[in-house]
Write a protein that binds this ligand. Sequence first.
Ligand SMILES: Nc1ncnc2c1ncn2[C@@H]1O[C@H](COP(=O)(O)OP(=O)(O)OP(=O)(O)O)[C@@H](O)[C@H]1O
Ligand SMILES: [Mg+2]
Length: 258
Amino acid sequence: MHLEFGGVKAVDGLTFAVNEGDILSVIGPNGAGKTSAFNCITGFYKPTGGSVKLQGDDITGLRPSAIASRGVSRTFQNLRLFGELTVLDNVRAGMHVRLRQNALDALLHTPRFRRSEREATDEANRWLDFVGLRGDRDAAARNLPYGEQRRVEIARALARGPKLLLLDEPAAGLNHGEKVELLDLLHRIGELDVALVLIEHDMGLVMQVSRRIVVLNFGREIADGTPEEVRRDPAVLEAYLGKEDDADDATTKEMSHE
Ligand SMILES: Nc1ncnc2c1ncn2[C@@H]1O[C@H](COP(=O)(O)OP(=O)(O)OP(=O)(O)O)[C@@H](O)[C@H]1O
Ligand SMILES: [Mg+2]
């Protein structure tokens, strides 16, 4: 995959494949092109080269809504919830992509509509249980603590019933206890029929959860292997792990922003 902004090559040759049940991490220093790669996969950016295939179908350059409805869900590096909506409604909003409700049923509040609304609420509650949300589900999403909001965003992405789930720095801004719970959640997502791709700076988490790791540096893929292989790769050590302290600083900074 390739993506250019003006003359800047944000993504300059990234290739990976991921299957259901796999957990793959994309790592690399700040500005390496990780989020840009997610934006290409999800249709937010149009790649200037290469292709994105979902179960054999070419989805390159389709609109974000079209890509989402084919089963690609994501979360954002900077949380994007509907702050004024309740927690539950945020998750139900994720599901409306696939619940094909009849507009007339909705208008007339037919029994069929009410049943489907009830089922949607039950399912949203199950996903909130799955991510371990503790906060008030009827509260406006923006009133929840940051770590809880991140869980709501993951629940919303899961409620869409994705085949491919992309999480952009899910551990950013979380405290130690929340990171431990996130690790457990990621393992449980790995047991669903979902291909999981993670962008993450927290090396401890990446090394524990990933089956495979792809390393980007200045848009270029410099390594692709198991955590053990990547950990020992000299190019990775130079480009990334040598700067691990910086990455930790960045995470700390993000945390202090919250
Ligand atoms: N919309 C845009 N317009 C112009 N340049 C962009 C745009 N989005 C990203 N870039 C550039 O593309 C490069 C890759 O950015 P990207 O956000 O993908 O990095 P990243 O690996 O996600 O970094 P971080 O770890 O800090 O989130 C950077 O040089 C960035 O400035
Ligand atoms: Mg990013």
